[in-house]
Design a protein around this ligand. Structure first.
Ligand code: HEC
Length: 115
């Protein structure tokens, strides 16, 4: 009697753990696939970290190498895109690194840093 009870407990614990592992994996996969589908904001963020954060910082207000503060920036989207495309003083052009879609994604992300 005692033995069968403990076998039952071990069995149900095993089932419980397998079940929770299973749901965890599914959850992770579905979050990953949605964020990839969303695309644009993610891409903008990744590219911003790669190309812009060195001078502007992850939050936009680092100001390294004389970079403008993107948090307090007031220029419109067209002007942001123009600076990224043509460069300005200490900032070089990013037209050869990023295609139009990527430029738009990064510009959008840069404007999200504003408060
Ligand atoms: C080498 C350092 C450097 C890098 C890398 C850099 N910037 Fe800049 N950025 C600057 C400097 C310096 C200025 C100020 C230019 C000026 O007005 O004289 C500036 C200005 C700007 C402005 C204008 C803000 C305003 O209100 O006038 C925007 C927008 C901007 N950068 C976005 C970006 C984005 C987006 C990236 C990445 C694709 C980037 N920058 C990468 C140095 C950099």
């Amino acid at each position: 009697m005692k033995k069968s009870v403990s076998i039952f407990i071990v069995f149900s614990l095993t089932v419980f753990f397998c079940f929770s592992c299973g749901t965890d994996v599914t959850k992770k996969t579905s979050i990953d696939s949605t964020s990839h589908q969303a695309g644009v904001p993610d891409e903008g963020k990744v590219l911003y970290s790669e190309k812009c954060s060195l001078c502007h910082g992850e939050n936009g207000d680092l100001g390294s190498m004389g970079a403008a503060n993107l948090v307090t920036s007031k220029i419109n989207s067209a002007a942001v895109l123009a600076i990224m495309r043509d460069g300005k003083n200490g900032m070089r052009s990013f037209a050869s690194d990023l295609n139009v879609e990527q430029l738009n994604a990064v510009a959008k992300y840069a404007e999200l840093l504003r408060r």
